[in-house]
Design a protein around this ligand. Structure first.
Ligand SMILES: [Zn+2]
Length: 277
């Protein structure tokens, strides 16, 4: 019984650790587009500017206890705070579940949180700042350097170098011809190639395309329903109101990178298995 309590406490603390990192990532995602420093300044309510004390700043749980309202002015607190904190906590538990108590799990958690942050910024600004490409590059260098020591996935230097070009170059050519992708997306797939090696980078891109395609299908259905119910004047209006903004590709590529980091081998053998039966 005491063992179960200890495990439960460990998982809870791990969730809280992840939630704290998620909270930090949310601050970064909100301040970077505004070109504000994300290390200086105390936390305060954006509405009434009241400084927040420790009880207001417990990741995820403060929002629940305060029922989503500022303690001082009762202004509603945006859902994105508890949401990113929850994502951070779940990402920490997910990394442990997938890879156990290893350095590898820590690297996975780091990669997920970098991708979550850049996705939030991409959704809002349609851009991925270079700092995030450098953050993924750091993960690539760490996995190359420490991979043999800590058992982190190492596809080998040749595969990594090919990976740098295998998706980014076709994307660059496509962007020149059609303007489909932004520079941030291309750079993301280049550094992801250094992290994953060329095979897994192809998997990441395919999964990203699939994920984006499902989203596009959702938008088309949403627009069709809106037109049928006369809630939108035209199909185009319906699509615009479904998307809110332009289409950001970063979040889908990010999903692809995480899936490929964990399951590229299985997905590749599943794919070939379909043809070789
Ligand atoms: Zn307030």
């Amino acid at each position: 019984m005491p063992e179960k309590v200890a495990v439960g406490l460990f998982l809870f603390l791990l969730f809280m650790f992840g939630a704290c990192i998620g909270s930090f990532c949310n601050v970064v995602a909100m301040r970077v587009p505004l070109k504000e420093s994300f290390t200086k300044g105390r936390s305060h309510c954006p509405k009434c500017k009241h400084d927040l004390n420790a009880l207001d700043l417990i990741p995820f749980f403060s929002w629940i206890f305060l029922r989503g309202k500022c303690r001082y002015c009762k202004e509603k607190i945006s859902f994105r705070y508890p949401f990113t904190e929850l994502v951070g906590g779940l990402a920490a538990l997910f990394s442990l579940w997938q890879l156990g108590v290893t350095v590898n799990a820590l690297v996975l958690f780091y990669i997920i949180m970098v991708l979550v942050t850049l996705s939030m910024i991409d959704l809002e600004t349609m851009e991925i700042p270079d700092g995030f490409h450098i953050a993924i590059l750091v993960a690539a260098i760490l996995s190359y350097w420490f991979g043999p020591t800590f058992g982190i996935m190492d596809p080998g230097i040749v595969s990594r170098v090919i990976g740098f070009f295998v998706v980014s170059v076709p994307m660059y050519i496509l962007a020149m011809l059609t303007g489909g992708f932004g520079g941030g997306d291309i750079k993301l797939m280049a550094v992801a190639g250094l992290l994953l090696g060329w095979k897994a980078t192809l998997v990441a891109f395919m999964v990203g395309i699939f994920a984006a395609a499902f989203y596009c299908i959702y938008i088309v259905i949403y627009a069709a329903v809106a037109v049928a119910r006369k809630k939108a004047d035209s199909f185009k209006d319906g699509m615009h109101s479904a998307m809110k903004r332009q289409f950001a590709f970063g979040p889908y590529l990010s999903v692809g990178i995480v899936v490929a980091y964990l399951y590229s081998e299985q997905l590749i053998s599943f794919y070939w298995g379909m043809f070789l039966k």
